[in-house]
Every structure is written in C-alpha cells, then in structure tokens.
Design a protein around this ligand. Structure first.
Ligand code: DWN
Ligand code: ZN
Length: 405
C-alpha cells in the first residue's frame, strides 16, 4: 500500500499499465538496448481523492537538456496562453512595478506576453534546451527545479512575486508540498497564484487514460488541490474549466482569508461529488472502460491491415506512449507517426519503436487511415489537414470512444 503524496492517506491502485517507458523518451536505434522502463500505475487516495502515480521516475530522468516538448508547437495553445496572460494581468496585476514568476516556463510562450510589455518576470524550468529557447526570445529564465529552496533564492534576488503562474506543470511535481511552501514564501500578501492542469473529471468522462504517464505524477481535482493547500497559508478562491489538453481546470489561489470563495468554485466542488469523484467505484469503472478502449483500438488497426488499408499516426505526443505500449501497437500495425517537432523526427517512439517522420511524409501520399494522438488539438489539426479527408481517407480516434471519422 502506497501513501498519498498530498495527505499520507492510503492510495488504492485502480489501473496498472505494467512496464512502460518514459512518455517523451524518443530515441535512436543505438539507444534501444539501454532504454529505461518503470511500472506505470495510477492510484487514488482514499482520503483526499488525489489521483497519482504509485511509482515515479526521478525528475532528472524526465526533464533535462533533451526535453522534446515545446509549448509553442500549437498555434491554438499559443493564442490560449496570450488570452490567459491578458486575463490574469487585468484581474490581478497591481499598478506599480509588478513581478510575475512562471513555474515550468518551457519555451517562454506565456511569459513572452509580459516581456513584450516590459513587466518584470522570471521563468523557472529544469529543461535547459527549452529554457534556452525562452532566453533566446528575451524571456528572463532560470534553469532549475522550482522548490522551496529555489523560491528562497528568487525572493532574495528579485523580491516577492505578485503573480505566480504555472500551466501543465504542478501536476508534474511529486514534491508538491515543497513547491507550495515555495509559493507561500515568494507570494506577496495580496498576490495570486494561477495554475492550469489537466482535470481528472475530464479524464474520467472521456476515458482519456493516455493522460496517465510518467510526467503526470498527479491528475488533480478541486478536492485534491484544496487538501494540498491546507497546510500552507494558501487557499483556492476561484476555479474555471478550460478546453485545453482535452479538459483542464484553472485554479486561482490566494492567501487564506484574503478573497471570498467564488460561487463558481462552490458549484464546481459540488459537481465533483455528483460526478462520483469522491467515490472509489468511479475509478474502478474507469479501468473497465480503458480495457474496452484498448481492445477496440487494436481491433480497428488490425482490421485496416486485413483490408489492405495503409495507416499512420498523427502527432507523437507523450500521451501516445501510454496508448501504444498499453495496447502493444508497434510498426506492424502503425508503420510511422508524423510530428512537427524536429527533436522527435528521425527518432523512434518510446517502447514500441515506431519511426517518427516530419509532417511532409503525411502528405506524400496520404495514408488511408490516420490515428490521431493529439486529439486535444483536433480542431487545429482537422482545419490544417482538410485535404486529408477530401482524399477519401479517414481519421481514427479513440477519445472518448474508438471510431473512424
Ligand atoms: O503536460 C504536458 C503537455 C503540456 O505537453 C507535458 N507533460 C508534455 C506534453 O504532452 P503531449 O506531448 O501529450 O502534448 P500535446 O500538446 O498533445 O502534443 C503535441 C505534439 O503534437 C507535439 O509533438 C507536436 C505535435 N503536433 C503536430 O505534429 N501537429 C501538434 C500540432 C498542433 C500539430 O498540428
Ligand atoms: Zn491524499
């Protein structure tokens, strides 16, 4: 029995994917023999209902100088972050000389908004290649893991922060209480922290089991975040659902008692209970749906092969690593995956070793069927790839159900 990383309660495993590589460990053929694997399983805390991995690879194994995900790889996400920066600035930034810190600032997509307006800012990211991409844009960036110690250093060098932001980051950090202590230390008394993270309710409702991989140590709910903030001088005062990453929650956090709880927060908390997020059975049922989804996906790909239809994957996401390894889908069923990220092209996907090719390979000629791994970017991709359907080909999707479109 594992203990909860948030409240030390008992964590009950509800899905075990078995031996799994790291979601973003795209590799060369020479690296196959030394590939790293761990046991991927998710559990839920019987006390605070935080969903979490039962084993976590060391952070340095996941975030380093060859991290292959760049926030700016989606135009729609870049626009989303500009909107986020605009709205939190209007709502929370004080008038004179504000200071904004972003935890996990990646290539600086979000902080670029503040840089362009000469607002004092600092990004913190442990992956040196993405941190360098941010620095090249002129975004002030520190290459480090954010924790209580790092927060102390930032405080003594720059002073306290009026706004602390993080998008798809806090759920990646097992040492959550050290991060929250750091925020507690760094934030001004009237300051606000805003996080945006994949939302467990969406994972449950869409059977999005591919959100479970090494980097997602947690898949949060409002209940879990409330519990995590408890020991710190911090509390939730508002929340907002977002469309990003297939369904996210934006958490608004201030000092205890500083701001009234919004009606929306209370409504969303009540909805979590109605949705069964505080009942163990909900998580057991989820496992059954994942098994069905996996069977349906393999059946569909085997059917294409039997019918002589060519198939390819679209977007070598981190999420695809869970799907491919859980379902045992290799190059025999999916000969290649196209992706826009130069750092992934020419390499192989983790575990099942499917070649990753540039997007041009998708168009010359189109495959008969394309399995869409970046389902969270479906709108952007479908608009860009209109001619694919016009060629008579079809998409294969697996969220929320396996079907061809
Ligand atoms: O939480 C995380 C999120 C923020 O990003 C990280 N742990 C890692 C990463 O997860 P992901 O890889 O599942 O994210 P995406 O945004 O679903 O993946 C995008 C991938 O798809 C990139 O490799 C780029 C590629 N892509 C593409 O080939 N064509 C994306 C778009 C929009 C496209 O048109
Ligand atoms: Zn707990």
């Amino acid at each position: 029995m594992k203990h909860c990383l948030i409240c030390s309660g008992c964590v009950e495993t509800f899905i075990d994917f078995g031996r799994m590589p790291l979601g973003n460990a795209f590799l060369t053929a020479e690296e196959f023999e030394t590939e790293y694997f761990f046991n991927l399983a998710a559990g839920v805390c019987e006390s605070c209902f935080a969903v979490q991995l039962t084993d976590q690879p060391k952070p340095e194994k996941m975030f380093h100088s060859r991290y292959p995900f760049f926030t700016g790889s989606s135009g729609r996400m870049s626009a989303h972050f500009e909107e986020m920066a605009r709205s939190v600035s209007a709502r929370f930034l004080p008038g004179s000389d504000p200071f904004v810190v972003e935890i996990g600032s990646n290539d600086g997509t979000l902080l670029d908004f503040f840089r362009a307006r000469n607002i004092r800012h600092l990004g913190v990211d442990p992956s040196s290649n993405v941190a360098e991409a941010a620095a090249r844009k002129g975004v002030q960036t520190l290459c480090a893991f954010f924790d209580e110690r790092e927060a102390g250093k930032i405080l003594s060098e720059h002073g306290s922060a009026d706004l602390i932001l993080a998008a798809n980051v806090i759920c990646h950090i097992a040492a959550l209480h050290s991060v929250l202590s750091g925020i507690d230390l760094l934030l001004t008394d009237a300051g606000v922290a805003v996080f945006e993270e994949p939302y467990m309710r969406d994972v449950l409702e869409k059977t999005a089991y591919d959100q479970i991989y090494d980097e997602h140590v947690f898949l949060f709910s409002l209940h879990a975040v409330q519990k995590a903030l408890g020991p710190h001088n911090l509390e939730l005062f508002d929340a907002q659902r977002e469309w990003t990453h297939g369904g996210s929650m934006r958490y608004f956090i201030g000092r205890k008692g500083a701001r009234p709880e919004s009606e929306e927060l209370l409504r969303l908390l009540a909805e979590e209970k109605l949705a069964g997020m505080t009942r163990m059975k909900t998580y057991e049922d989820f496992r059954g749906r994942c098994e069905k989804s996996r069977e349906g996906l393999v059946r569909a790909l085997e059917g294409f092969k039997k019918d002589g239809l060519s198939a390819a994957g679209y977007a070598a996401t981190s999420k695809s690593t869970t799907v491919l390894n859980y379902a045992g889908i290799g190059p025999d069923l999916l000969p290649y995956i196209c992706d826009t990220t130069p750092e992934k092209q020419g390499k192989f996907t983790p575990g099942v070793h499917i070649p990753v090719r540039p997007p041009e390979a998708f168009r010359s000629p189109y495959p008969d069927r394309a399995l869409l791994f970046a389902w969270n970017h479906a709108e952007e991709i479908m608009a860009k790839e209109k001619d694919f359907l016009l060629s008579g080909a079809k998409w294969l999707v697996y969220i929320p159900h396996v079907k061809t479109l």
